[in-house]
Design a protein around this ligand. Structure first.
Ligand SMILES: [Zn+2]
Length: 244
């Protein structure tokens, strides 16, 4: 019996070594160390992207391991956070840490639900330290993507709506970023069913004199695909009506 146990433990270690590595983190909040899984770079490949830039991966999904959550105090960290020092840490301790019930231990292999929890925690950290809207918007977007993977449409829509609201308040630091925000506003509007706003946004990108080819093409393709699939749909509905 004991041999079998050792054997399965060994198999587990081998599988772990193939897919993940353990990253050592010193917690910025409680200063204790912990290790958390990261996907090995060779174990995933971006094969395409969804129309709202969600990367489609082959192999494992590194998105599940982007947020490190300290199992000792509950502090959650993502590389995009900027307000992680001095007075901001005091705010995080007061507004976030002190409100936590019990820190979660999600440092090993994660389910999609655990990954969603990790992003919700880092979203709360970011809100406590008053991070910029753009950072918050990106978290809301990633939570929506994880719900999409889970095929939970209702929750996905909820977070796409939050992301659109936050992107609307965001500022970009350059022209490319500005165009990306405009595109995302139109794209998210389309996804949540605000067709008028989507049409306005895509039209501005398609017709704007200063707009780069990249975003003009994205916008044109997306709007044409939408119109085409919608026309096809209404034709089918029309046929069904006639048959009835
Ligand atoms: Zn900690």
């Amino acid at each position: 019996m004991k041999e079998l146990y050792v054997h399965s433990e060994e198999v587990f270690r081998m599988a772990f070594n193939l897919y993940y590595y353990e990253s050592k983190v010193e917690c910025n909040c409680c200063k204790k160390s912990f290790t958390t899984y990261k996907v090995r770079p060779g174990r995933f490949k971006v094969v395409s992207q969804d129309t709202d830039f969600m990367p489609i991966y082959e192999g494992l999904n590194p998105l599940l391991y982007e947020v490190a959550v300290c199992p000792n105090c509950g502090y959650a960290y993502h590389k995009s956070l900027t307000r992680t020092y001095g007075p901001f840490m005091l705010l995080i301790k007061e507004m976030y840490i002190s409100q936590l019930q019990k820190p979660m231990d999600i440092c090993k292999e994660r389910t999609i639900d655990e990954a969603i929890a990790s992003f919700k925690l880092v979203y709360l950290v970011a809100r406590s330290s008053m991070e910029e809207d753009l950072i918050m918007a990106n978290f809301a977007m990633k939570i929506a993507w994880l719900y999409r993977l889970k095929e939970d449409k209702e929750s996905e829509m909820h977070y796409l709506r939050s992301a659109r609201e936050l992107y609307a308040k965001s500022f970009a630091s350059n022209k490319e970023g500005e165009e990306r925000l405009q595109y995302l506003n139109a794209e998210l509007s389309l996804r949540i069913g605000d067709i008028e706003e989507a049409k306005r946004g895509f039209s501005r990108l398609i017709a704007g004199r200063e707009v780069s080819n990249k975003y003009r093409n994205y916008a044109r393709k997306r709007w044409e695909d939408y119109k085409y699939s919608n026309e096809a749909k209404s034709e089918e509905e029309l046929k069904e009506d006639i048959i009835e």
